[in-house]
Design a protein around this ligand. Structure first.
Ligand code: ATP
Length: 236
């Protein structure tokens, strides 16, 4: 039943004041252990969709269910979702580990070094945990922000364009991080406007254009073996 499925979205829509329909009747589901890419050009509605998933904005219609529980029903499902938005701030003079321990404490949970170490390990920062964040590269900072979202190993990890601004080697490392996370049986939803990136990082993809789903399925079904898209984003 639905209680076994990490994420089921049905008929989701968002109309902003002023009349923009940013998300229009979006439906898809994600199974445990999947890395799902939300792909589409700027303005397609990816960020709006993910912000509804993170519980930051209310949908105009439709439902989001996490293990069968509706978000916004008052059920504490949001605690099962970890999220990343660009530009998380860290204290540059403290180590990566100290930053995450502070963050963990700030969320009101009892100190837990094991969770922090686990998240840093998955994020590929095991060797840098004691270095000051000031000395981290952009890719390392972004992986530290992902580690922060992974604290406590949430069932569902929601990441909005985590590879923005990264170079290919850093993108490669980010991909390894998401794969490692999904291999623990948890689920990752990640947005991107780059087809090649989704192809390399994700096993499933939902393609959005102008707020609507235009294609979805396994990456190899949606993307041709040559790496060229087999779908058209400009709808008839
Ligand atoms: P990007 O990669 O540029 O963030 P996106 O696919 O994430 O694009 P959204 O940011 O969700 O797309 O935007 C979808 C549509 O909603 C766009 O037309 C955008 O202008 C509009 N929009 C987004 N946020 C708001 C807002 N707060 N108020 C009004 N319109 C908005």
């Amino acid at each position: 039943g639905l209680v076994d499925v990490p994420l089921v979205i049905e008929g989701l829509s968002k109309r902003y004041p002023g009349g923009v329909t940013a998300v229009d009747d979006l439906s898809f589901r994600v199974e445990a252990g999947q890395v799902l890419g939300l792909l589409g050009p700027n303005g397609a509605g990816k960020t709006t969709s993910l912000r509804m998933l993170m519980g930051l904005i209310q949908p105009s219609g439709g439902t989001i269910r996490v293990f069968g529980h509706k978000i916004y029903s008052g059920a504490p499902v949001l605690s099962r979702i970890g999220s990343f938005v660009e530009g998380a701030g860290f204290l540059p003079h403290l180590s990566g580990q100290a930053n995450l321990e502070l963050y963990w404490a700030a969320t009101g949970r009892p100190p837990d070094k094991a969770h922090v170490e686990e998240a840093l390990e998955i994020a590929g920062l095991g060797k840098a945990v004691h270095r000051r964040v000031r000395t981290y590269s952009q890719g390392m900072r972004q992986r530290l922000a992902i580690a922060q979202a992974m604290l406590g190993l949430p069932d569902l990890l929601v990441l909005d364009e985590p590879t923005n601004g990264l170079d290919p080697p850093q993108i490669h490392q980010m991909r390894a991080v998401l794969r490692r996370y999904a291999s623990t049986g948890r689920t990752v939803v990640v947005s991107s406007h780059l087809l090649a990136e989704v192809e390399q990082t994700c096993d499933h993809v939902v393609v959005m254009h102008q707020g609507r789903l235009v294609a979805s399925g396994k990456v190899e079904e949606i993307v041709g073996g040559s790496g060229e898209a087999t779908f058209r984003v400009d709808r008839p």
